[in-house]
Design a protein. Structure first.
Length: 220
């Protein structure tokens, strides 16, 4: 899930300076779970912006706004409200924000900051677990990602800075490599700690990346 947090309202208002007509687009998926772009948040934003003199041409929750075909369809369905709008306020992740611009051609203002790819541990609690490296080695590390759980992204740890099980970067963070060690021990796979992991192949994460799924391509 893509984890977002709403920008401070002053920042959003600054982006909307001189703008009168606003179309608000939320997200029925990740941003709904993060409470940054679901029905409640979109309605609250509508009231807030009206209180600051804005005219809201429509509010919509798109499912999801990061899907270009969905955005194009919703843009057709909402043509009149979009034509009236000076900007679309995107209450979704950066991916949604881009796709809304791409699919509508309209000027887009982000209402959120996009933080990371994370696990929803429970309501309102999200944890970063994967850094999208394109070269997954979790099999070797018991399921804990060294790029993410170790702030230095060490592929062979731990470093000399671990103290009382905590990372030297912050006493609030468990040492990722200690987590890996303990998990491998639990699995009876401590021999994996003795293996030297090669440096990360960063050529697999040169941005912007694109993927075409052959099986889908053949069907269409
Ligand atoms: S190694 Fe870590 S960053 Fe890379 S894909 Fe696996 S979980 Fe994600
Ligand atoms: S203390 Fe552990 S988590 Fe922190 S940088 Fe060193 S190996 Fe990584």
């Amino acid at each position: 899930m893509i984890i977002t947090k709403q920008k401070p309202i002053d920042e959003i208002l600054k982006y909307l300076e001189g703008v009168k007509n606003v179309f608000i687009a939320g997200c029925a998926q990740c941003a709904t779970v993060c409470k940054t772009g679901g029905e409640d948040e979109v309605k609250k934003m509508e009231e807030l912006l009206k209180g600051h003199g804005k005219n809201i041409t429509a509010i919509e929750i798109w499912d999801p706004p990061c899907h270009l075909l969905e955005v194009r369809k919703r843009a057709r369905d909402n043509k009149a409200a979009l034509d009236k709008a000076d900007v679309i306020l995107s209450m979704s992740c950066g991916d949604g924000c881009f796709t809304i611009f791409h699919g509508t051609g309209k000027k887009v203002v982000p209402a959120t900051d996009t933080l990371f790819l994370g696990e929803a541990e429970r309501a309102g609690h999200f944890a970063e677990v994967c850094s999208l490296c394109g070269d997954c080695t979790l099999f070797m590390t018991g399921g804990y990602c060294p790029n993410t759980f170790c702030p230095k992204g060490l592929q062979n740890g731990p470093c000399g800075g671990v103290k009382d099980g905590k990372c030297e970067v912050s006493p609030d963070i468990d040492c990722g490599w200690l987590l890996i060690y303990n998990r491998l021990k639990e699995l009876g796979e401590l021999d994996k700690m003795k293996k030297i992991h090669p440096p990360k192949d960063h050529s697999k994460s040169i941005k912007p990346r694109k993927v075409v799924v052959d099986a889908v391509k053949k069907r269409t």
